[in-house]
Design a protein around this ligand. Structure first.
Ligand code: AMP
Length: 429
């Protein structure tokens, strides 16, 4: 065993799991492009101010979870990205993308870093996929990102996920609501825990997010943001719900859903899985029109997006038995050398097969035939191709089907053709 261990809160992903990740990622790529989203890849670190400004200094992420450092002694602090949205918006504004088109539909898959206390489903390095629809304020836009997210879940075969949805109104409505909440909670200052006392000053909406059971009743009696909304905000929300119903996407309205980040407005949503335990959120998102202005844009940019945690998605898939048949690719052919003098000839044949697009493995350690066969079976190769003196002189090769044990003789040409056909068939199957 190595004396070195992976850093607490990080994980290694071995080949069996990689195959599962690649499968989920391929579904994300396919569906995102079906909905007209194009992939964006942004740096893993950004200047710290971007997140302070873009996520909000009262949030847990900025307050205590960022991995920040100073690459140069006198230089500006940088931070490993704790979420993607601020970086995506920074990239779009920096490169002036709105000068070429009014709407941008972008998606991403990538690693994020948060200094949280590691536990099941909560890591310090984790991955998300997500999408951002920038430049459209209509409720159809937020409905589109929710629909894409739910379509991914459905395509992966996930069952029983719960979509909760709420509206946070516009800035002015939230301001009035904030005051009402402060007035409501102020007399209970004694009862509030330290985190909630802090939030009461800075961001009272976040008290509603509290998981403290002692505050449950108090929170349940708090005023509802919904009652502070004007007609336009209510209609916007109704329209989002209309689109979801029309698309047979079940949802539950949850007036307590506020989400952690400061920049949300109007629709906010979260998807949970009962399979996950304490950290039950699989993904979430909403509208965030004011982010662009926070980052220096002269006007708001209407924006909607979602982010889904890959690790929690995979844990849920595992629990629902959706990963059982996903394995890393196996070789179609294992080349078995009968006499070691022919090893170089066997290597040349293996190379020919690979050039012809046939996945091929071979023992490079000059082991016995028995050991080579054991290896072919362990790797679950479909065929063993024997290279012996006879094959070498006659140019005909014997190929054994390792499932049926059937053996056939081929010329090299015919072998390539036969295996090529099998390889294509495997891909189609
Ligand atoms: P957020 O950006 O906090 O809204 O998170 C979106 C999704 O990312 C969550 O629903 C989780 O699935 C996932 N996520 C957030 N934080 C972590 C973490 N520390 N470890 C694993 N997954 C996370």
């Amino acid at each position: 065993m190595s004396q070195y261990q992976a850093v607490k809160g990080t994980k290694d992903i071995f080949p069996e799991e990689s195959a599962q990740w690649k499968y989920v990622e391929s579904v994300v790529h396919t569906l995102a492009s079906l909905y007209g989203f194009n992939e964006i890849r942004i740096p893993v670190f950004e200047y710290t101010e971007l997140f302070q400004r873009g996520i909000g200094s009262t949030t847990d992420i900025v307050g205590k979870e960022m991995f920040s450092f100073q690459p140069d002694p006198q230089g500006r602090s940088v931070t490993l990205r704790p979420e993607m949205t601020a970086g995506v918006m920074r990239a779009v504004l920096q490169h002036n993308l709105f000068s070429s088109a009014p709407v941008h539909k972008l998606y991403y898959i990538g690693e994020l870093f948060r200094k949280e206390r590691p536990q099941a489903g909560r890591q310090r390095q984790f991955s998300q996929f997500g999408a951002e629809l920038l430049g459209v304020s209509s409720p159809a836009a937020v409905a589109e990102v929710i629909t894409l997210m739910m379509h991914v879940f459905e395509s992966l075969g996930l069952k029983g996920l719960k979509l909760r949805i709420n509206t946070l109104g516009n800035t002015e409505e939230r301001f009035r609501y904030r005051e009402a909440l402060q007035a409501y909670f102020a007399p209970f200052n004694e009862v509030l825990d330290d985190a909630s006392k802090d939030r009461l000053e800075k961001n009272p909406l976040r008290i509603l997010d509290s998981k403290n059971p002692a505050l449950k009743e108090l929170i349940a009696g708090a005023p509802r943001l919904y009652d502070f909304l004007n007609d336009a905000s209510l209609q916007d929300f109704e329209k989002v719900l209309f689109y979801l119903s029309e698309r047979h996407i079940p949802y539950e309205i949850d007036h307590r859903l506020v989400r952690g980040l400061d920049y949300y407005c109007h629709t906010a949503f979260e998807v949970t899985s009962s399979e996950l335990g304490a950290q039950d959120a699989i993904g979430g998102g909403g509208r965030y029109d004011s982010l662009a202005r926070e980052l220096g844009s002269s006007s708001d940019v209407p924006a909607s997006g979602f982010a889904v945690g890959m690790e929690r998605l995979l844990i849920t898939m595992e629990k629902q038995g959706l990963l059982a048949s996903l394995n890393h690719p196996v070789p179609l052919v294992f080349v078995v050398v009968q006499q070691q003098e022919l090893a170089d000839h066997a290597l040349a044949i293996a190379w020919r097969l690979r050039k012809a697009g046939i996945s091929t493995e071979m023992d490079l350690a000059a082991r016995s035939m028995k050991a080579q066969m054991r290896e072919a079976n362990r790797m679950k190769a479909a065929y063993a191709l024997f290279i012996g003196a006879n094959e070498y002189t006659t140019g005909s090769y014997s190929l054994k089907n390792l499932v049926s044990s059937e053996q056939q003789i081929f010329s090299l040409e015919a072998l390539l053709e036969f295996l090529h056909e099998s390889a294509t068939k495997e891909v189609v199957d």
